[in-house]
Design a protein around this ligand. Sequence first.
Ligand SMILES: [Zn+2]
Length: 259
Amino acid sequence: MLVDTHAHVYHRRLAPDLEAVIARAHAAGVTKVLLPAIDVPSIHQALDLCDMHEGLYAMAALHPTETKDATDKDWRAVVDFCADPRVVAVGETGLDYYWDRSFDVTQQDFLRRHVRLALEADLPLVLHLRDKPKRDEVHRDLVRILTEERTDAMRGVFHCFTGPAWVAEAAMELGFSLGLGGALTFKNAGVDTIALSLPLERIVLETDAPFMAPTPHRGRRNEPAYVRLVAEKLAALKALPLGEVMRATTANAEALFRV
Ligand SMILES: [Zn+2]
């Protein structure tokens, strides 16, 4: 059994053959798939899919890149969705300094709102963090804000984790897990050496479908079935039986998200 803790199953690139995508996930042993939100419409789409398919779970949040034009109405909708029992996490929120630096302050404000919402609703946080290669500002700001907002109940995932190593240490110290996906299978991505030293109890697996397809599908459309390739890579890296990696990461995901 496997859990894909991060897949945009409602994405238009997966829509044309969604039934086949879900069937392939089941055939690969992926019994549960968690759907991170991007904006309010995506939460509606995720909830509709959850009602149609067993084993799908929704999240609610505004993606950091979507906060630039977010309205109070959008935010109130996110807050309301967090009371829906089908919503299992606040995500994806976080910081994205890759595309546009003109609204860092807005992103940081929304990150704090999401953190407080997750704590009030007793839900895990799914955090997106992206910066230009070799630039570390996003990590420093994220860790600073989480530290300032910290409580014992804080929990969640640093999704699509690719390093650096100090961020993994900081995340675990704050009570978070690391979400490993396709990047683990990429040559020279560097996350493999970090993953080697991560305790298995702090790892959950993900695809980020339709993006970030693992080798040998790199550059093409990703789908939840491929989370198995990430599990296989992790097992090979850690010289553990695949079954042990599957059992442990599934148990981690089920405990963290209460699914
Ligand atoms: Zn995502």
